[in-house]
Design a protein around this ligand. Structure first.
Ligand code: GDP
Length: 365
């Protein structure tokens, strides 16, 4: 399963946020494919469409889709030199598909900051630099292997060599791989290098309790936003402390608490949604009397593989998919009317499932 790793310097609120994630408590029985590991938190993806479909179909049960956050502890300056848990930290980052980087934007004199003061940009750069240095090492090794072949005019080697040199230049200027402009062809090569700084990243600005409502007045948040904008990354503002309180509540209680605070959507829910998008994930639905359920696929997944997310038998025996778009179904009010209006399509093996498709699979067993 795809996962996003949570990283951050010590004392930025990482554990508090991760605890909120695990407390929010997805029913793991519903998600047998998820990893059971204390460092992995399963989160349900908030999706208002699921509630609408539930009202429409009135099923016995409604199940959201879920995915994983991995808590990656132990970054310190010097990680790329194997300092502290450095090597372990880097290998954990290698295993995740995207990064959520928590930065401290709250001031609290009682809580020490590892570097002595609150400065989110410096914090971001400390971690980014460790990742860049690790990538530089990867690239230099690779250059050693490819250089000779490139000199003897091997076409593939020449193409790769160009990419490697571009990356080395970036790293030497302390820029991450994701900031480098490539042609489409080069991008494929770069992707194949499995670099740490190629992974998509989002920044999580952790602000104090009394700043959550007007976080943009917080100058640190503003700095993080500016920094992120330059590399086209997203910023989510949370107050980890409040999130851990919200996570203990459910349903109406949760809504009341949010209303009292004057918050529309919890920071954690925003984070979950942003991480889901960052991973390139999409949702389709199945909607029967027994169960209305959301399922996760990667963007660009074809119908049989989407069916395979439910059960491998569905993929193996796939015949056809009966599909209605979410909006069309809601407009029609029910499945029968959607059919009358010609909104229900039959699609075959090559159909690429779209976010929001409501699907009934037909298959042989
Ligand atoms: P980690 O080392 O990054 O995992 O940080 P922790 O989650 O352990 O948090 C370090 C300290 O900061 C703890 O005492 C937390 O209670 C506190 N903390 C975390 N988030 C917030 C916050 O949003 N506001 C305030 N005031 N304190 C926080």
């Amino acid at each position: 399963a795809l996962t996003t790793g949570i990283v951050g310097l010590p004392n930025v609120g990482k554990s508090t946020l991760f605890n909120a994630i695990t407390q929010a408590g997805a029913e793991s029985a519903n998600y047998p494919f998820c990893t059971i590991d204390p460092n992995v938190g399963i989160v349900e993806v908030p999706d208002h469409r699921l509630q609408k479909l539930t009202e429409l179909v009135d099923p016995h049960k409604t199940v959201p889709t879920a995915f994983e956050f991995t808590d990656i502890a132990g970054i310190v300056e010097g990680a790329s030199k194997g300092e502290g848990l450095g090597n372990k930290f880097l290998s954990h980052i290698r295993e995740v598909d995207a990064i959520s980087h928590v930065v401290r934007c709250f001031v609290d004199e009682n809580i020490t900051h590892v570097s002595g003061s609150v400065d989110p940009i410096r914090d971001i750069q400390i971690i980014n630099l460790e990742l860049i240095l690790a990538d530089l090492e990867t690239i230099e090794k690779r250059i050693g292997k490819v250089e000779k072949m490139a000199k003897s005019k091997d076409k593939d080697a020449v193409a790769e060599y160009e990419v490697l040199v571009k990356l080395r230049d970036a790293f030497e200027n302390e820029k991450p791989a994701r900031s480098v402009t490539f042609t489409q062809e080069q991008e494929k090569i770069a992707k194949g290098l499995h670099l740490l700084t190629w992974k998509p990243i989002l920044y999580v600005a952790n602000v104090s309790e009394d700043e959550i409502l007007d976080a943009d007045d917080n100058p640190y948040v503003q700095k993080v936003r500016d920094f992120a904008a330059e590399e086209n990354s997203e910023v989510i503002v949370v107050c980890a402390k409040i999130e851990s309180e919200i996570a203990e509540l459910e349903g109406e209680e949760k809504q009341e608490f949010l209303d009292d605070l004057g918050i529309e959507e919890s920071g954690l829910d925003q984070l979950i949604r942003a991480a889901y998008n960052l991973l390139g994930l999409e949702t389709y639905f199945t909607a029967g009397k027994q169960e209305v359920r959301a399922w996760t696929i990667r963007q660009g997944t074809k119908a049989p593989q989407a069916a395979g997310v439910i059960h491998t038998d569905f993929e193996r025996g796939f015949i056809r998919a009966e599909i209605v778009g979410y909006d069309d179904l809601i407009d029609a009010g029910n499945m029968a009317t959607a059919k009358e209006k010609g909104k229900v399509r039959l699609e075959g093996k090559e159909y690429i499932v779209q976010d929001g498709d409501v699907i009934h699979f037909r298959f042989n067993v």
